[in-house]
Design a protein around this ligand. Structure first.
Ligand code: ZN
Length: 302
């Protein structure tokens, strides 16, 4: 059992067996501040990335393989945001956004998902190296926000009735984002016969209504434990089982030493072309918005 009060930087699973439903709840605070601090995005993009990160935590904590990775990628051809990438591995989250600052400024302080992405797509990839499984699904980026897009990802591309709610805000204490997801799994967690999932199970609309009634203020309430949040929604159920929580943190896997070892294999002439005037080769990690200067000999003198 991890040491946590289930309020911040944590994800938690839930099952309501009698309703054939499983859920996930997640909230990020300090980890979110740490990720956003590196990027210095305008507020509208910070909110978007915050929601994408909490969605990554919800989906990533579904992975059974501890070395598994979940990647969310939203992409457009001519949107203000042309790329958003987030990933999750072992509780570690990271993400970045590539955008056009001039067009974002023109869009005003509260751009809609459509104005940010135009005609965009959301790709969700589950990688589970332990059993050599890789699954990717793609849906159009439509609706009110990322939560709705993720919901249609599961409903359309995976035939799993799902409800996803995301919220993010910044106050005097910093950023906080929360998310809740519930799914209908009549065949059980391990069920493979998803195509046969019946959409008319009476228990599912009940779960969807209760889960969907969660308010943005509850999702982002730093003082409300995820277990209390779930219990508030489902207190009339006979049994709501919570699963082992997962601690969430900012994490990046960029490795300057590895990159240096790869660049070292290039011929000195090519290394010289990559180097700045001061003789350093700069390698950027977009996830942590950090530039690593790498010093390597750029002549054959060595
Ligand atoms: Zn990095």
């Amino acid at each position: 059992m991890i040491e946590t009060d289930l309020k911040l930087d944590v994800a938690m699973g839930v099952t309501i067996t009698a309703r054939n439903a499983r859920g996930r709840a997640a909230r990020i605070g300090p980890a979110l501040d740490a990720i956003l601090a590196n990027h210095n995005y305008p507020p509208a993009l910070e909110t978007l990335l915050a929601e994408a990160l909490v969605l990554s935590a919800l989906l990533g904590s579904l992975l059974k393989d501890p070395s598994g990775q979940l990647t969310i990628q939203a992409q457009t051809e001519h949107g203000i945001v042309d790329l958003l990438v987030c990933d999750y591995r072992g509780g570690e989250l990271r993400g970045y956004i590539r955008h056009d600052p001039d067009r974002l400024a023109e869009a005003g302080p509260h751009p809609t998902l459509f104005s940010l992405f135009g005609k965009g797509y959301l790709a969700i990839t589950f990688d589970q190296p332990a059993n050599d499984e890789r699954y990717q699904g793609i849906v159009p980026l439509e609706g009110e926000g990322l939560g709705e897009a993720a919901q249609s990802f599961f409903s359309q591309s995976e035939q799993i009735p799902s409800i996803v709610r995301l919220a993010a805000r910044k106050d005097a204490a910093g950023w906080v984002a929360g998310g809740l997801m519930f799914q209908h799994l009549p065949e059980g967690e391990e069920g493979r016969e998803r195509l046969h999932t019946r959409l008319d199970h009476p228990e599912w609309p009940h779960v969807a209504i209760l889960a969907g009634s969660v308010k943005p203020d509850e999702l982002t309430d730093r003082g409300l434990g995820l277990d209390d949040l779930v219990w508030r929604l489902f207190h009339e159920e006979e049994e709501v089982r919570t699963l082992e929580p997962v601690a969430l943190a900012k994490g990046c896997r960029c490795d300057p030493e590895y990159v240096a070892s790869v660049i070292a294999r290039f011929p000195p002439k090519e290394r010289a072309e990559m180097a700045d005037d001061d003789g350093l080769i700069r390698v950027d990690c977009e996830f942590c918005a950090t530039s690593f200067p790498i010093s390597l000999p750029t002549s054959d003198a060595a």
